[in-house]
Design a protein around this ligand. Sequence first.
Ligand SMILES: [Zn+2]
Length: 491
Amino acid sequence: MMLNLFRSFTVFFVFALAACANLPDNPANESSGQIVITNVTAIDAVNGVRANVDILIDGEQISAVDQDLSASTHSGAKRIDGTGKYLIPGLWDAHVHLAYHPDIGHEVFFPLSLAHGITYLRDTGGHLDKLAEARAISASDAIAPDLYVSGPLVDGKNRVYAGQSAGTPDLSVGVANEAQAIAQVDKLAAQGVDFIKAYEMLSPTALKAVATRAKYHNLPVTGHSPLSMTVRQSIMAGMKDMQHLRNLEMDCAVDPQSLLAERQEKIAENKEKYGGKLRSSLHRLQRAKAVAAKNEAVCNELIAVMKKSGVSQTPTLVISRFLSRKLYAEKRWQDTYAWMPKSIAKGWLERSVGFADREPTASDIAYDKWLLAMVSSLDKAGISILAGTDSPIAFTTPGISLHEELAMLVEAGLTPMEAIGTATIEPAKFLNLQDKQGSISPSRKADLVLLNADPLSDIRNLIAIDAVFKDGRYLDRNRLKQMRDAPSKLD
Ligand SMILES: [Zn+2]
C-alpha cells in the first residue's frame, strides 16, 4: 500500500460473510477425473512455445504433455478441443490485500481473480484473524485461488498502517528492537505464514533481526526497504523481494549516503506516534530530487548487488503510476467498478470522477518515466520481476488490474513471454514452488488458463479467456462470467 489519497472513505459496512456464496460447488461442467486438452499451443516461460500438443490432466495435476494423446489410450477422459487456442499456467497476483477493506475480502477477490485467470494470490500484509476465513476456503475443496500470506506488515515502533485513519487501516505490528523482532517472526512462523513482509519504519537493527529470524524459519522476506537504511543495506540484511521499487530512487541518485543521513536525521527528530506522516514527508523531501539526480553508474552497481543476491522486484506499476497514468479517469476502467459490491462501486466511481481533472505534476511525470526506465534496466540485468497490483488500493479492481500490470510491464520493455513469466514462474520461485507450478509440465498443478487469442502477439490477449482449470477442475466461460458477476450482487 502506498497512497494516502484515500482518507475520504465511506463508512465501512461489515456484512455477514457467507463462506462459499460466490463459488457454488459441483456444477455440471466440472470434472475431477481425466481431461485431455487436444491440439493446443502451450505457452510458458520455462518451456517456451509448443504448438499442437495434447495435455493430459489427471485429478489435480498435469500428467502428460504429448504430441498425440489419442482417444483410444484415454477413452474415459473428457476431451476439450484446443485447436486455435493457447494454454498458459494459472496467473499470480503477487501483491494484494484481502484485509484492507472489510467489504473487499475473499468473497470479492476469489471469484474476480478466477474469472481473470488468476489462480494464485500473494497477500502482502493483513492481520491473520481477518484472513482466517479466506485461508480456510483456499485450503478446502472449494474452488478458490491458492492464497499465500505474510500476516501483518512487520513495521517499526512508529508504524504506518495502525488504523489511525480510514486510509491507513490496521495492517501491521510494530517492533522496536531485536528481541521484539525475533518474537514477532517466531509468532508468525508458528501461525503458518508463507513469507514475511518487512516495512518502511523498521530500524536497521530490527530489519536485520527480522530477516535473520525469517531465514531460520525458512521464510523468504519481502517488503519495503526501510527509510532508515539504503536499499543495498536491506539486501545485505537479507531482504529477497522488494515492493513498488520503493525507495530505490534514493539509492540510484548521485549521493545515496547524504540522502540517507538526511532521512536518519528526520527520523531521529520525529515526535509523531504513527509513521504515516513521517514516511510521506520523507518521500516528499527526497523522491523528486532523487529522480532528477539519477546516476546510471550508481544505479547499475546497485542492480548488480540485487542480481548477485537473488533479489526480485515487484514493481506494481499499476499503482505506482496512479497519479501519472490516471487509469481511474478512463471510462473503460470505471466500468470495471460495476463488478464490485454496490457500496464500493459507487464510492470508487464518485471519487474517480472527482479526481479525474487532476493533472499530473512535472514530478509525477518524471517519476513515471523513472519507473518505466527502472523496470527496463532490471529486466535487462536479468533481475526477477513479479507481477503484483496492490489491489484493492487506489481503485485497482481485483483481477483485471493484473492484466493492466502485465500490459505496463510490456510497455516498460519486457517481452510478452517475460511478462507471462512475471505472473507465473517468478512468483512461484519466490515461494520455492517452481517444481509444483508455474509451467506446463508433468507433475505440475493443473491450474491453467485456456485463451482464444495469442498472448505473445499482444499481451492484452491474456484477457481472451475461454476457460480456467483450477486443481484440474474445468471452469468454462459461463461459469467464469457467473464468478465475475457474483460480487456485484453484494451490497
Ligand atoms: Zn501493498
